[in-house]
Design a protein around this ligand. Structure first.
Ligand code: THU
Length: 130
């Protein structure tokens, strides 16, 4: 099984654990850092104070940094059962961009397979940089 198939499984399993009592919209993510084998999962975790909600993609980034520190993302995979499929929100793109290069892959999946492939440069061509 290749790394993308494994990432889809990791993201799908994380999605099952999404805590989304308000939106009922479950999102799963899996990210891989270049030079590291681990796939870091993320799921959305909502809050009664809606703005405190953490998206799946940002959760995955936090898991990666907590484990190995800052690292360059090779790819990000996002899975939903939505139509149209969900792409990372603008806040998540900004957070992902901190650890991305322009050709970091952003893979958009449904429950069965990866359907769309973008790069970070496609989705956020001008990230904020400090
Ligand atoms: N959500 C994500 O997890 N990732 C995104 O990129 C956009 C939205 C979550 C947040 C919230 O729990 C639900 O989807 C509906 O907005």
């Amino acid at each position: 099984m290749d790394i993308i198939d494994r990432a889809l499984i990791v993201a799908r399993e994380a999605r099952e654990r999404a805590y989304a009592p308000y939106s009922r919209f479950q999102v799963g993510a899996a990210i891989k850092a270049r030079g590291h084998d681990t796939l870091y999962p993320g799921c959305n975790v909502e809050n009664a104070s809606y703005g405190a909600t953490i998206c799946a993609e940002r959760g995955a980034v936090m898991a990666m940094v907590a484990d190995i520190g800052a690292a360059e993302l090779e790819f990000v995979l996002v899975v939903t059962d939505a139509d149209p499929l969900a792409v990372p929100c603008a806040v998540c793109l900004q957070v992902l961009s901190q650890f991305s290069v322009p050709d970091t892959q952003v893979l958009i999946a449904n429950l069965d397979s990866v359907c769309d492939r973008y790069t970070m440069a496609d989705l956020l061509p001008h990230p904020f940089q400090f």
